[in-house]
Write a protein that binds this ligand. Structure first.
Ligand SMILES: Cc1ncc(COP(=O)(O)O)c(C=O)c1O
Length: 352
């Protein structure tokens, strides 16, 4: 029997006490993909469509920003300072869209890279507005917080001019973990409605989604395993940082001490690193599109989907088992990868 530290309704009530703004269309759909299930060698594959979360082009960050902007608004902040990624950042895009939705200004700090792509999310970012501050130093975003000093500097300037900034140093934040704890409750309700009990939940994450879904497993005593599919090779402090943010999230909910022994299952991505596809991720992108009309993005979800297929080959399940894949979005970046998509998916035999 699995031990449950808290029941679903009590957890829902604890989360409801936190300030929150509504940005997402929830629950996001949970669809069944039988042709991809056959390709993955499982009985049933459910895809949690967080790419359809309802803000701009959607994605995982919409959920997080409901709680983060809830905190910002309830503490009287009038400008969001965030970012940290490159010009194709899904997080930055969602931050600007969310700030627009609640009537806040947005300042986004982004890493300048020599091969920046002006299409895709960069174009959408310009459409959404906000002010962008370009910095240098970590274009492969190996360090989640490398832009923090620049964010703090912008925040100081804003304060001097009479504004009240809210600095979101990283999307990996205790409130982000709470957001995916809430997503896990949503999933439990959906699994119950379908009378299914998945064996594994796969998600492209080494951060808040992995943290929140895993925390839910521990708190609610769930039988499924959560497998985080990293989108980059493992960084030395990833799991340590994740554990401390998850602990802070459980403290926020008054559940500290209930997560003893919490452990994260993270499958690192191989090289090449951030933003560069591999032959298996291009194949996964093509497979999902051609088999079921499901679009994956080249930077995150195609790598994650490929990682799930590999993991299921290495650790196979029974032929009638169910698994779920959480689609975390990122679709705006597809348009910035036209050349690679043509080379690797559409004309793989043409070498340029
Ligand atoms: C589309 C998409 N999927 C997954 C991730 C990874 O999220 P996490 O912070 O949970 O590792 C990101 C991060 O920006 C993302 O944009």
């Amino acid at each position: 029997m699995t031990y449950s530290a808290v029941d679903r309704e009590s957890l829902r009530a604890l989360i409801r006490r936190l300030p929150r703004v509504r940005l997402a269309e929830l629950p996001t759909p949970l669809g069944e993909y039988p042709r991809l299930a056959r390709a993955a060698g499982v009985g049933s594959l459910l895809v949690k469509r967080d790419d359809l979360s309802g803000l701009a082009l959607g994605g995982n960050k919409t959920r997080l920003l409901e709680f983060i902007l809830g905190d910002a608004v309830s503490t009287g902040c009038d400008v969001l300072v965030a970012g940290g990624g490159v010009e194709q950042s899904n997080h930055a895009l969602q931050c600007v869209a969310a700030a627009n939705r609640v009537g806040m200004d947005a300042v986004v700090v982004l890493q300048q890279r020599p091969d920046a792509r002006s299409n895709g999310n960069a174009l959408l970012h310009e459409v959404l507005g906000g002010r962008t501050v370009w910095v240098g130093g970590d274009p492969t975003i190996t360090n989640r917080t490398s832009s923090v000093s620049h964010m703090q500097h912008e925040a100081d300037l804003l304060r001097e001019s009479g504004r009240t900034p809210y600095v979101l140093e990283s999307s990996l934040h205790p409130l982000s973990v709470v957001a995916y704890l809430n997503a896990a409750i949503e999933l439990c309700d959906q699994f119950d409605a379908l009378s299914v009990a998945p064996r594994r939940i796969y998600v492209t994450s080494e951060g808040s989604a992995l943290g929140g879904l895993t925390l839910a497993k521990y708190l609610l005593g769930l039988a499924w395993d959560v497998v985080g599919l990293d989108w980059r090779p493992l960084q030395p402090s990833t799991l340590e940082t994740l554990a401390s943010v998850v602990l802070a999230a459980s403290e926020l909910l008054g559940l500290a001490g209930r997560t003893e022994g919490i452990d994260f299952l993270l499958r690192p991505s191989g090289e090449p690193a951030y933003g560069v596809g591999r032959s298996d991720s291009w194949s996964a992108m093509k497979l999902a599109a051609r088999m079921e009309g499901l679009l994956l993005d080249p930077v995150y979800t195609a790598k994650g989907f490929a990682g799930m297929l590999e993991h299921l080959t290495e650790y196979p399940l029974d032929k009638d088992d169910t698994v779920a894949f959480v689609h975390t979005g990122g679709l705006g970046a597809i348009f910035a990868y036209e050349a690679e998509i043509r080379r690797h998916i559409l004309n793989p035999l043409v070498t340029t």
